[in-house]
Design a protein around this ligand. Sequence first.
Ligand code: TRP
Length: 339
Amino acid sequence: MDTTVSTPAPERKKIIFSGIQPTGVMTLGNYLGAVRNWGPLQEDYHCAYSIVNMHAITVRQDPKALRENTLRAYALLLACGIDPKKSIVFIQSHVRTHAELAWVLNCYTQFGELSRMTQFKDKSAKHADNINAGLFTYPSLMAADILLYQTDLVPVGVDQKQHIELARNIAERFNGLYGKTFKVPEPYIPKVSAKIMSLTDPTKKMSKSDENPNSFVAILDDESTIIKKFKRAVTDSEAVVAYREGKDGINNLMAIYSSVTGKSFQEIESEFDGRGYGDFKTAVGTVVADHLKPVREEFARLMNDKAYLEDCYRNGARQALELSQRTLDKVYKKVGFVL
Ligand code: TRP
């Protein structure tokens, strides 16, 4: 009897790369819109996540704060469920191939292309006293981050899509000149992603750089702060919990509630049918605070175990270097550097 079963060849797991800047606090918006989705991806993809401190110095940073924020951002990624045994988690400046490839890619990126980047235009308007060359060439460093790992997919927010598009153009241009060297990456917007708006002005994106601290919830805010911020959230005068055009504040709270509980808008509407906004706001604040509690606790535990954290980021850097060096070697060979 023939007992052989033909099993299809296992498909190669796709590679995911993303980076997060270590600037200040991470908000509920960053969390629900991005970082929360990164943990589950680890099961189906090879993932690499980097704290991109080299990108951060394109605007002036206080060195002590940058160092502290880099460690905090690293610990926060782990606290949000990114497992350093499953993914490569590292600090960008620890892996020299990023700066090395960025230099080469700078020579294959046009001045005109970089001038068209909306983030560059926004940031140069905001930091008019420090429009440095690094701010201008930021997208070629980002392209290097991505292309070094032969990345298939890059989970990012819509604000980064233009940078991914440029990374693709650089990759295609280089491949066109020298033969296939880089995988051409695609942006990846996870299915369950939510754009979270400011609590005080729900027509604006929730941002950690907002000068009004009531406008955002930080992942590490404590329970009473979170509930207080939701109670103060700007809504409308209709007093009906419904998802509708023109109800930006309520729409945002519903999006948050839905994102945390998994309930549909319809379920939320009937749950709060006939109840006031006060009830609804408290309910949103409570589920968010409960949801973030384990993250906050794990973060505190990790920050108290610096030796473990250091183990993780040294190991992450070793793995990242090993992988990225293969791509860099190919590139150096193709452009004619003596090896
Ligand atoms: N530019 C990204 C941001 O500001 C951060 C970033 C740097 C990044 N390198 C990356 C994101 C590579 C994805 C892939 O959010």
